[in-house]
Ligand binder design. Structure first.
Ligand SMILES: Nc1ncnc2c1ncn2[C@@H]1O[C@H](COP(=O)(O)OP(=O)(O)OP(=O)(O)O)[C@@H](O)[C@H]1O
Length: 711
C-alpha cells in the first residue's frame, strides 16, 4: 500500500519505510536493496536533472550535469538560479527577479558557501512560489551538505508534472502523485499570490492510486510498492517462521505509532499556521485506497468544518448577545426616561401638595377665626335670648279653661269672656248678675290645643340648655285639666301630647343639634332634697316617659266627687342638664321641673273624710306654701319661705333668681265649681300681678320687640 495523505504532507509508505529501516538497522544495508534504492533514486534524479537542463538550457544549467550524483545535483541547484529560471519557464513571473550571483560563471567548489544574498533570495523565492502553487517543497537545508536530495528531486519532478500538465492545455484539475516528502519544518513560506487552480476545492480531495498511475506513470508509486516488498522480504529473510507474527506485530505497532505521531505533528503545524492550511492542501496526491484517503483527509475536513461551524456559531452567538445587549440597553433607556418622568411627576405633586397644604392652612386659619366669631355671636345671642325671656317675666302665669266634659253641655259656663290675658267670670250678686276679671300672661279658652298651650313654653326649653332653671307646674282644682295639660288624655297621639312630652322632646332635639359645640348630659350636682327620690340617667324622650309612667303608677290616685280619677299627690319630674361649650370650655348647668300638682279644691267640696281629709289638708298646705313662696318672690321679699313644705324645697332652685317659672292655672267652667274657680284665680293673679306690674313698662312692647329682633 502506497497511499499518501497529500494534505498531511507525508506518505504512509515513507513512514513504513522509516520504521522498517529503524527496525532492521544494519539489515537495510543489504547490498541488493541499497543498490536497488540507489538505482531508483538515481533514475529519478537523472530525470529531474534532464528536465531542468532541457527547460532552462545548457547555459543556465551548466553547473548541473545530465546525470548528476546526489552531491552534484545539490550543488548545481544550490544557487537557486536554475530552480528560479525553470519555475519561471513553467509559471512565468512566479519569481519576479532572479538574482544572478557575481560568481555565477565560476565553478563553485564543493562546500563553498554561496553568497547569503543568493541563498536567501533565490531559494526563498523559489520555495515560496512552489508552495503557493501547491507543489511539494523541500527544506532550504536540503541544498546543503547532508541534505535530503530526494525531496529536491521530488519537488523538481512535481514541477515537471505541472509543466507537462500546462503544456497539454491545463484543462481539468492538475494532479500530482509521488513519493513526496515535503518539508515538515515549522518554517513556512508566505504566499505572494494565488493561482486559480490552487483554490480549487477539488484540489483538497485526495487522489486514488488509479488516477495517480494514469497521470503520473513511471513515478515512484509502483516502485515504492516494490521497494516495500523488498524491504519486508529482507527483514523476514533470516527469520524463523514462528518469529514472523511477533515481528510483523512489532513492525505494525511501530508503523502505527509513527504514523499517529506524524499525524499529530501535521495537525499541530496546521493549527499554528492556519493561513497555510489551504496552501498545504493544494497539492493532492492520489490514492486508490479510499479508506486511507478518508482516514487521512477527514480529520482536517472535520477540523475545518468544525472551525467553520464554530466560527458561525460564535458569530451567531455574538450576534444574539449583541441583540440582547441592544434590547437591554433600550429597556434601560426606557426605564431611565420613565424614572425621570416619575421623578418629575413626584416633584410636581410635592410642589402642589405644599401649595395645597399652604392654602389649607390659610383656610383653616380663616375657619378658626370665623368659628371664634361665630361663638362670640352665639354667646351674644344666648345672652340676648335669655334677656328677652327675663323681660317676659321670671314668673309667668297662664290660665286654661277646661271645656265641658261629656254630658255637661247644658250647663251655663261661669266664664263670661276671654280676651288674650284677661278672663271674665260671671258672678251672682245681690244686685243681679255681675262679673269679675282676672289678668294673666295669657288665657287659653276651652278650644285651645295642646300645641298652642305649649307655644309660650317652648322658648324656655332652650334656656335650660343655656344654663337656666325652669319650673313648669300645673295648678288648679281637681278635675280642671292639670294632668291633661302636662301629660295629655289617656289616648295619646302626636297632637294630644302634653307639655311634658313636648318639653322633653325639644330638650333632646336641641341637645342633639348642639352636640358638635356642646357636650350635654344630665346631672345632679347638689343631690336630691326629696327622700326616696331617685336619679336615673336618660338618653331620650322615651327613657324619660318610661320613668314618668313608673312614677305615675306609684302616684296615689283616687275617685273624688269631682274627678273619678283624681290625683291625690304631686307629680314632679326634674331633668338635670349639663352642657359644656367645646370651644370656650364653659360649663352650663340647667334643670327643668315638670310638676303636676294635686287638686287645690277645698276640703268641703271634695267631700272627703278621714285619711282623705288628712291628705287633702296636706295638699292644701303644700299648695299654700307654694303660694307663699311665689308671692314672696313676686314681691321681691328678702325672705322666701321655701322650707315650709317639701314641694317648695324641691322646687327651690327653680323658684327665684334667674329661674323661670311657668304656672298653668286651670279652671273648670261648671257653675258648681265657681267658688273654687274664683279662689284659684285670685291666688294665681296674686302671683302674676307683681310680674305683670314689672312688665307693664314694656307692655307696649318696644324694648322687648327690639330685643327679639336682635335675637
Ligand atoms: N282641655 C281639655 N280638653 C278635653 N278634655 C279635658 C281637657 N282638660 C281636661 N279634660 C278632661 O277632664 C277630665 C279631668 O281632667 P284631669 O284628670 O286632667 O284633671 P286634674 O286636674 O288632673 O284632676 P285631679 O286633680 O283630680 O288629678 C279628664 O277626663 C280629661 O280628659
Amino acid at each position: 500500500m502506497a497511499a499518501e495523505g497529500a494534505g498531511l504532507g507525508f506518505s504512509v509508505a515513507s513512514v513504513v519505510e522509516d520504521v522498517l529501516l529503524q527496525q532492521q538497522g544494519t539489515r537495510l544495508r543489504d547490498v541488493d536493496l541499497e543498490s536497488r534504492k540507489a538505482e531508483e533514486a538515481a533514475v529519478r534524479r537523472y530525470e529531474a536533472a534532464g528536465w531542468l537542463r532541457k527547460t532552462v538550457g545548457v547555459v543556465v544549467a551548466r553547473d548541473l550535469p545530465a546525470e548528476p550524483s546526489d552531491e552534484e545535483f545539490r550543488l548545481g541547484l544550490r544557487s537557486g538560479i536554475i530552480l528560479c529560471n525553470v519555475l519561471n519557464k513553467v509559471q512565468p513571473g512566479a519569481v519576479p527577479k532572479v538574482v544572478e550571483g557575481p560568481c555565477d560563471s565560476a565553478v563553485i567548489p564543493d562546500g563553498a558557501a554561496l553568497s547569503a544574498f543568493q541563498y536567501f533570495e533565490n531559494v526563498r523565492n523559489f520555495l515560496v512560489a512552489v508552495q503557493e502553487m501547491g507543489i511539494p517543497t523541500f527544506e532550504a537545508s536540503d541544498l546543503e551538505q547532508g541534505g535530503k536530495t530526494s525531496r529536491i528531486v521530488n519537488c523538481v519532478l512535481a514541477l515537471k508534472s505541472f509543466g507537462d500538465w500546462k503544456q497539454t492545455g491545463g484543462s481539468g484539475v492538475w494532479k500530482f502523485g509521488g513519493n513526496i516528502k515535503p518539508a515538515t519544518s515549522s518554517k513556512s513560506f508566505l504566499r505572494k499570490n494565488s493561482e486559480p487552480f490552487t483554490n480549487s476545492s477539488s484540489r483538497n480531495s485526495s487522489m486514488n492510486e488509479k488516477s495517480l498511475s494514469v497521470l503520473a506513470p513511471g513515478t515512484d508509486s509502483n516502485k515504492m510498492s516494490g521497494s516495500l516488498s523488498m524491504l519486508v522480504r529482507a527483514i523476514l529473510l533470516d527469520k524463523k517462521p514462528e518469529e514472523v507474527p511477533a515481528l510483523v506485530e512489532s513492525v505494525l505497532s511501530k508503523v502505527t505509532e509513527e504514523f499517529e505521531s506524524r499525524m499529530v505533528n501535521q495537525y499541530e503545524l496546521r493549527k499554528s499556521s492556519p493561513n497555510d492550511f489551504g496552501g498545504k492542501n493544494q497539492l493532492k496526491s492520489t490514492s486508490n485506497d479510499k479508506k486511507t484517503e478518508d482516514k487521512n483527509i477527514k480529520p482536517p475536513r472535520k477540523d475545518e468544518s468544525w472551525t467553520k461551524s464554530s466560527n458561525e456559531e460564535s458569530k451567531a452567538l455574538l450576534q444574539k448577545q449583541r441583540t440582547i445587549f441592544d434590547e437591554q440597553q433600550s429597556d434601560i433607556e426606557d426605564l431611565k426616561s420613565a424614572l425621570y418622568a416619575t421623578k418629575a411627576g413626584m416633584q410636581f405633586m410635592q410642589m402642589k401638595f405644599h401649595e395645597e397644604f399652604g392654602n389649607l392652612a390659610v383656610h383653616i386659619h380663616g375657619l378658626a377665626h370665623a368659628a371664634s366669631g361665630y361663638h362670640r355671636v352665639l354667646e351674644e345671642n344666648r345672652k340676648l335670648y335669655n334677656q328677652v325671656q327675663d323681660l317676659k317675666g321670671s314668673i309667668r302665669v297662664y290660665c286654661r279653661v277646661r271645656p265641658f266634659l261629656h254630658g255637661q253641655s247644658s250647663y251655663m259656663s261661669t266664664v263670661e269672656n276671654i280676651e288674650e290675658g284677661t278672663i271674665s267670670i260671671s258672678t251672682p250678686s245681690k244686685y243681679g248678675k255681675g262679673h269679675r276679671s282676672f289678668n294673666f300672661n295669657k288665657v287659653f279658652g276651652p278650644s285651645a290645643t295642646q300645641a298652642e298651650v305649649f307655644s309660650d313654653t317652648q322658648p324656655l326649653i332652650r334656656s335650660v340648655l343655656d344654663g337656666y332653671n325652669v319650673c313648669i307646674f300645673a295648678y288648679g282644682q281637681t278635675g280642671s285639666g292639670k294632668t291633661y295639660t302636662m301629660t295629655g288624655p289617656r289616648q295619646l297621639n302626636e297632637q294630644s301630647q302634653g307639655v311634658n312630652y313636648r318639653a322633653l322632646s325639644d330638650l333632646f332635639y336641641l341637645a342633639e343639634q348642639r352636640k358638635d359645640t356642646f357636650q350635654i348630659r344630665n346631672s345632679s350636682q347638689k343631690g336630691l332634697s326629696v327622700p326616696d327620690a331617685s336619679l336615673v340617667p336618660v338618653a331620650s324622650t322615651s327613657d324619660v316617659l318610661d320613668l314618668m309612667n313608673l312614677g305615675q303608677r306609684n302616684r296615689a290616685v283616687g275617685a273624688t266627687a269631682l274627678n273619678d280619677r283624681s290625683s291625690r299627690s304631686h307629680s314632679c319630674l326634674t331633668v338635670h342638664v349639663q352642657g359644656r361649650d367645646l370651644t370656650s370650655g364653659t360649663i352650663f348647668r340647667g334643670c327643668m321641673h315638670l310638676v303636676d300638682l294635686a287638686g287645690s279644691e277645698r276640703v268641703d267640696k271634695s267631700e272627703v273624710t278621714g285619711d282623705r281629709l288628712k291628705e287633702a289638708q296636706h295638699i292644701n298646705k303644700s299648695l299654700s306654701a307654694l303660694g307663699d313662696v311665689i308671692a314672696s318672690l313676686a314681691q321681691k321679699n328678702p325672705h322666701v319661705p321655701y322650707r315650709n313644705s317639701k314641694l317648695t324645697q324641691l322646687l327651690q332652685d327653680s323658684l327665684g333668681g334667674q329661674a323661670k317659672t311657668l304656672m298653668f292655672v286651670h279652671i273648670s267652667p261648671e257653675p258648681n265649681a265657681l267658688g273654687e274657680t274664683i279662689s284659684t284665680l285670685k291666688f294665681a293673679e296674686r302671683v302674676a300681678t307683681v310680674e305683670l306690674g314689672a312688665a307693664k313698662v314694656n307692655k307696649d312692647g318696644s324694648d322687648v320687640k327690639e330685643l327679639k329682633e336682635q335675637v
